[in-house]
Write a protein that binds this ligand. Sequence first.
Ligand code: KMH
Ligand code: ZN
Length: 272
Amino acid sequence: MNPLIITAAITGGETTKAQNPALPETPEEQAIAARECVEAGASVIHLHVRDESGTPSQRLDHFRASVDAIRTACGAGPTIQISTGGAIGASMEDRIAPIVELKPEMASLNVASMNFSDEVFMNTPADVRKLAGHMRDLGVTPEIEVYDAGHIDIAKRLMKEGLLKKPAHYQFVLGVPGGLSGESRNLQFMVNSLEDGDSWAVAGVGRYQLSLAVMAVVMGGFVRVGFEDNVYYHKGVLAKNNAELVARVKRIADEVGRPVAGCDEAREILGL
Ligand code: KMH
Ligand code: ZN
């Protein structure tokens, strides 16, 4: 079986400490969370950052502080995947800036506008092309975030336009109110829609996190867990930290004989 890449989405753009007091917000908290997740089996850290008051931020100094703190805690180990989705309402200029200035090895790329719970997550075609163009020109590998089946078709069009390279790496974020829900038939449909050589991971939102992780482990996909998408360990029981969610996926993989990728192996698999 191919090695399993586990991504830890430790903070997110929408989760609050009111939902789980263990949410890492400061660079120091994020560094501890990242180290614990890597020790538990994660090889990629999907990173959103906050300002001093805990409000989501796309500011460069905030990204720099968190990236530096994570590097100090984890060494060159994990791939730090910068979020260009940010929080709902962030301007496209602010979302692009960390990519241009920090030139990370990997960053998320959202390809469509959609309702996102009670709000609207804006990704106009012009903005998506602009961001994808920057990533291509700077050699930043995109993880294509897709929340609905048609988003894969949008990504394929961007490939035809030369803005995205093949093979592509997708993150299926399933269970956002406004996107596709996290039933197994939906995951299977998404996987069936990919082209040869593409890779995929799944991030189940809320109650879908565990079931979709289990499916991905046996289907040969990769898994994202963490407080960005889900703050619970069991129904009604908050996770103590992000690492607890990572460790559970690692245990499941161990049980079914799927090796878990180390940090260098993940980089190689993702072509970074
Ligand atoms: N906060 C969500 C609206 C990403 O990181 O690229 C978007 C998001 C996606 O989290
Ligand atoms: Zn994110």
